[in-house]
Design a binder for this molecule. Sequence first.
Ligand code: PLP
Length: 432
Amino acid sequence: MTQIKSKKAFEEANELFPGGVNSPVRAFKAVDITPPFIKSAQGAYIYDIDDHKYIDYVLSWGPLILGHSDEHVVDAIVTQAHNGVTYGAPTLMESDLAKIILDRFKSMDKIRFVNSGTEATMSAIRLARGYTKRNYIVKFNGCYHGHADSFLVKAGSGIATFDSADSAGVPEVLAKLTVSLPYNDCEAIKETFTQLGDQIAAVIVEPVAGNMGLIPGKPEFLALLRELTHNHGALLIFDEVMSGLRCDYIGAQHHYQIEPDITTLGKVIGGGMPVAAYGGRLEIMNEISPAGDVYQAGTLSGNPLGMVAGATTLMNYTENEFNEAATRLDELCHRIQAIANKYGYTIQVPHIGTMFSLFFSEQPVENFDDSKACHQELFRRFFIKMLDHGIYFASSQFETNFISMKHSEEDIQTTIKAVEHVFSELRDEDGK
Ligand code: PLP
């Protein structure tokens, strides 16, 4: 694959931005190649500045459930922009999007819009601490809840990709208030509640983890989190920034039939614009300023462009269409696994709803340690070859891939053909 323009662009970007990017995983460090610079996108496809076309399974890391530049979403944004980009005042657009979300997420009576998933989770734990008047937060190794200080303890996603357990710059006194435990481990969380139960403000979890690759929570583990938090007066926060509207038509809480006290959302609810939210039961949400004493604010929160993009996105696919896309993905995942086996490789392709990931592992992957033990070098070689064949997967095994409503059966078949080519090339190289 020629990358003449992307290489030049990346050299220049390296002079402008730390590591050449504005978010670490975009640097393609885990796979050690120059990232293609993207110039445009439409539906299921993205195009780079060297004129390569790719079937995109990243979709801006999840938000674009309708695919790129969906005409309804673009129209809504353009129409709104003509009427004003932002007012810093209440609008009907905020209420419209809120009503759509609250109608689907029965655990939430009220919602507050913010601009990123990081802001949502950061605000959610402040709210939990303010509401419970306690300090400890429990999270799980390999879960990523954005980059607020309290969460950068054994976090997944970019942090896992760069193999740094924690971030520099996080005060130790604060990090000590975050307890990070193995994911899907019932004994560890029981033990923690026995020791610290009356000091824990909240347990925050990705109910379907997407930031150490895709690892669905075990139903008994999530049910235990619900029970322990309830019994000890702590709050349960489901971070559904990624799993919301992706793991099923609603989210993980619907899939598992477990109601958290607070939910964080992002990605899909903004239709590609910087929108996120947190919401929960009335008595908890009424603690937020100006109704209550927990302060949280934002100049561009609930901004009109994001609100109309989100509402238009959510209103423009049906549950049926979602399930059809999930069925196409199911086929793709099974075929990838079968093709790998045919060529003498073992790959795990966990998938749920419209999310999936790829682990080169003989064993099922159930937690962060399992994920780190996978064959990263094989992933790297597979990834680069798939890119050469026009398939754009997430550039780290610790990330999740997605499909959109625009990924057609033809796109799936094209991908399957590429997978077949790539495994045959790997086999030839490995002399299998
Ligand atoms: N929570 C989860 C589960 C996420 O996957 C992410 C981002 O990928 C975040 C929080 C942070 O969201 P943002 O990148 O919008 O700050």
